[in-house]
Design a protein around this ligand. Structure first.
Ligand code: NAD
Ligand code: UDX
Length: 463
């Protein structure tokens, strides 16, 4: 089957960029991205592509090129499902906040809604693609819903997890390490796999397109995220030992990373990993392992999260201890709120938890982030329900530039590794701060030697 019409349900951080790149690379395919969120779709359709709802370097240009040609954003979910041969499900699968598996399992209610809607609308055979990250064997549930509530048409379910990282989504999508497609080994399943392989072949080398059975594909996504997060917790665990022993985590990371069996990527010690994926996916993995009675497996992976929580708490504790065991009424300037540079996404950002701890100690937080709005920061804190929204409003001030945020501060804390932080006039910042002027570099990005020369007391991670 030659694919000419694709629909994607979910216009978020994955659906938006992924479909924009498919549309750019496959001008012969009509790609419609649908979402229930009218505001989000409106933003995707904003004439000025600077206003699209997701900040990713290079994405505005791709959207500008393809939108209106063969890329469409719409709230007409049913129409798009009806017209498409292939339907990607790219909705959110957050950690459950209620009932069985609360705080661990993935909440699949949005996935189920999509399956039911597809079943209701589809009047011809469809390929349904799991793009969202899902627990292994979810395709079985989707198939059961489709086959039992549909109009007698045939559905093929493929798993095609997305491996892009935020901040580098466009380059990751244009030049992926691999494309993974899981499907049935029946002739119909193979035909569906081939059809999707052909879409990606428009820009991805065939040796990078991997096909597997559905369960391997589903589980590979959770496994990849668990392995990546585990590296960060491993290096962060060593960072604490470095601080006690005089070893330097940057030197240790370099030394071990040169071993080709270990590799140098993803060994950057930090205030802790954030983002919408790692924690959610590992908790989900832990839940799955427990549900099969695999308690050792569950405990092993859970430790990655425990270590990450410890690293965030350790950072806020270090600030309090260093500032003479009290931060009450002291101004602590946060540089960065996003969970990593080059994104406006703040989900699970370490900054939120560090701020929450410090506000508990009655600190005044002043924040500058190049891409995150005050509203988002306050929403993040309110979501924790530690205190009233009025109290959060009082505790947090936000600034349009770093110099104002740091003016009069007792300490600066770097929470995100935005490039611009490195090139600031640090002498000017020093002159405007309370003395002694402390810097807590939660990303190990600043030049400690230069800062110490200016007069700062510099505290990085793991040295
Ligand atoms: P997101 O919250 O940014 O976007 C999901 C969108 O789906 C929202 O806009 C929501 O309104 C919409 N939606 C939910 N239910 C719907 C329905 N029934 N009909 C129409 N629209 C609906 O989430 P995201 O970050 O894009 O993640 C989506 C999935 O991709 C998740 O499973 C996630 O784990 C996975 N993933 C995310 C990343 C990442 O970097 N964010 C990377 C790889 C995989
Ligand atoms: C992750 C996976 O990398 C991606 O493949 C998957 O599709 C989605 O989840 P993302 O969360 O967007 O991507 O960003 P990533 O670059 O993985 O960073 C996650 C967190 O780990 C960030 O807070 C980042 O700052 C932190 N990190 C990353 C470190 O602390 N040290 C590192 O060495 C690398």
């Amino acid at each position: 089957m030659k694919i000419t019409k694709i629909c994607c349900i979910g216009a978020g951080y994955v659906g938006g960029p992924t479909m924009a790149v498919i549309a750019q690379k496959c001008p012969h395919i009509q790609v419609t991205v649908v979402d229930l969120n009218e505001e989000r779709i409106k933003a995707w359709n904003d004439e000025d592509t600077n206003n699209i709802p997701i900040y990713e370097p290079g994405l505005d240009k791709i959207v500008a090129e393809a939108r209106g040609r063969n890329l469409f954003f719409s709230t007409e979910v049913e129409k798009a499902i009806d017209e498409a041969q292939v339907i990607f499900i790219s909705v959110n699968t957050p950690t459950k906040t209620y009932g069985k598996g609360k705080g661990m399992a993935a909440d699949l209610k949005y996935i189920e809604l999509c399956a039911r809607q597809i079943a209701k609308i589809a009047k011809d055979n469809k390929i349904v693609v799991e793009k969202s990250t899902l627990p292994v064997r979810t395709a079985e549930a989707i198939k059961s819903i489709l086959d039992n509530t549909g109009n007698g048409v045939q559905f093929q379910i493929l798993s095609n997890p997305e491996f892009l990282a935020e901040g580098t989504a466009v380059t990751d999508l244009l030049n992926p390490d691999r494309i993974l497609i899981g499907g049935d080994s029946t002739p119909e399943g193979k035909a569906a796999i081939d059809a999707l392989v052909e879409v990606y072949s428009n820009w991805v080398d065939s040796d990078k397109i991997l096909t597997t059975n559905v369960w391997s594909s589903e589980l590979s996504k959770l496994t990849a995220n668990a392995f990546l997060a585990q590296r960060i917790s491993s290096i962060n665990a060593m960072s604490e030992l470095c601080e006690k022993t005089g070893a330097d985590i940057n030197e240790v990371a370099k030394a071990i990373g040169m071993d080709t069996r270990i590799g140098s990527k993803f060994l950057k010690a930090s205030v802790g990993f954030g983002g919408s994926c790692f924690q959610k996916d590992i908790l989900n993995l832990v839940y799955i392992a427990k549900s099969y009675g695999l308690h050792e497996v569950a405990d092993y992976w859970e430790q990655v999260i425990i270590m990450n929580d410890h690293q965030k708490r350790r950072f806020s504790n270090k600030i309090v201890q260093t500032l003479y065991n009290t931060v009450a009424d002291k101004k602590i300037a946060f540089l960065g709120w996003a969970f990593k540079k080059d994104t406006n996404d703040t989900r699970e950002s370490a900054a939120i938890y560090v701020a929450d701890d410090l506000i508990n100690e009655q600190a005044k937080i002043s924040v500058y982030d190049p891409k995150v709005s005050r509203v988002k920061m306050l929403n993040d804190l309110n979501y924790l329900e530690t205190r009233s929204s009025e109290e959060n409003i009082k505790a947090v001030t936000t600034f349009g530039n770093a110099y104002d945020a740091c003016n009069g501060a007792h300490a600066v804390a770097v929470l995100t590794e935005w490039d611009e932080f490195v090139t600031y006039d640090w002498q000017k910042i020093y002159d405007s701060m309370q003395k002694p002027a402390f810097i807590f570099d939660g990303r190990n990005v600043l030049n400690s030697k230069e800062l110490e020369k200016i007069g700062f007391v510099y505290l990085g991670i793991g040295s």
